[in-house]
Design a protein around this ligand. Structure first.
Ligand SMILES: NC(=O)C1=CN([C@@H]2O[C@H](COP(=O)(O)OP(=O)(O)OC[C@H]3O[C@@H](n4cnc5c(N)ncnc54)[C@H](OP(=O)(O)O)[C@@H]3O)[C@@H](O)[C@H]2O)C=CC1
Ligand SMILES: O=C([O-])CC(=O)C(=O)O
Length: 275
């Protein structure tokens, strides 16, 4: 584990969202008091969250102003695209770093431009986590060398597609074999599947961009894991990547590793030596 940059000052962290990722992060952050002080958790309904999480009641806030009043060094978003719209610009504009897990929200070009402008105004950083995907360092470096093609392919169990746009186009209950529910650009995938295609947007932003990165999304009754594959080729060589991520028991669309990726981003932010 990387040693902290400021030995005596734990990072003051505020969380946005208390779902599958947020709950796991609370546990992970509270287990490392030497590195992190959890100062606030932003939820939509503080009364409901306080009754479910009485030990967190003193940390719960319902708006950006109250969140920033707790003077976080960094805010970690794990609440979804709508929450990015509601809070991200104000957080960055206030000069507070934001670690973002809902990367697909940046597929909306106007939203991305607003957040970039807010980060510049506030002299803050918007840090995108790798989340449920890997290989981004290689992909970013290979992009610098010149990439010809990048394809991301995601396979998730059928239940991960319930309640998504795939349910409008496919009879998910009747699927007996792997079925492609979307084929197109990363930008379109991220906006049509805000809870299942954040990693598609992440791969695209690291490489050929949202328009030119190809995406396939599959509902697959034969897999138990969230399987993410990337193929890329260019001047530096070829990459073939396949991850089989365990789904989070609280939310099968989300891979267990995602909360750990946010933690890793926070650790690197505060480390004297950083990968
Ligand atoms: N980059 C990546 O690899 C991945 C990214 N993600 C992103 O992370 C997000 C969260 O994932 P996960 O934790 O599994 O989702 P969950 O649905 O389990 O939890 C989301 C939580 O965010 C809360 N929330 C929603 N809107 C707001 C808001 N405006 N303010 C405060 N809280 C809000 C919800 O509260 P309520 O109960 O009120 O609805 C809910 O508790 C996903 O929506 C997706 O965008 C997810 C997986 C991988
Ligand atoms: O957690 C995952 O496996 C990926 C995911 O949901 C997303 O990209 O939105």
């Amino acid at each position: 584990m990387l040693a902290p940059r400021r030995a005596l000052a734990p990072q003051r962290v505020a969380l946005m969202g208390l779902g599958a990722i947020g709950q796991r992060l609370v546990t992970l952050l509270l287990a490392r008091p030497e590195a992190f002080e959890l100062v606030a958790v932003l939820v939509r309904d503080t009364a409901r969250a306080a009754s479910e999480w009485p030990s967190l009641a003193h940390l719960l806030v319902a708006d950006t102003h109250a969140l920033l009043n707790t003077r976080p060094d960094v805010v970690a978003e794990c609440a979804g695209h709508q929450a990015v719209d509601a809070h991200a610009e104000t957080v960055l504009g206030s000069g507070t770093d934001l670690v973002l897990v809902s990367v697909g929200a940046l597929a909306d070009g106007a939203r991305l431009a607003r957040l970039e402008a807010a980060a510049r105004t506030g002299d803050a950083q918007l840090r995108l986590v790798s989340g449920a995907i890997g290989g981004l360092d290689w992909l970013g470096a290979a992009h610098s060398a010149g990439l010809d093609e990048v394809t991301y392919r995601g396979h998730k169990p059928t239940r991960a597609w319930l309640g998504t746009a795939a349910a409008d186009t496919h009879d998910l209950a009747q699927l007996r074999s792997a079925t492609c529910v979307f084929r197109g650009s990363a930008g379109e995938a991220a906006l049509r599947f805000p809870r299942n295609a954040n990693v598609a947007a992440t791969v695209a932003l690291a490489t050929l961009g949202l328009e030119h990165t190809r995406v396939e999304l599959w509902a697959d009754p034969e897999v138990a894991d969230n399987v993410h594959e990337v193929e890329a080729s260019g001047a530096a060589g070829r990459l073939t990547l396949r991850l089989a991520n365990r789904p989070d028991p609280l939310n099968p669309r989300t891979s267990h590793i995602t909360a750990h990726s946010v933690l890793h981003a926070l650790v690197r932010r505060g480390a004297a030596v950083s990968l």
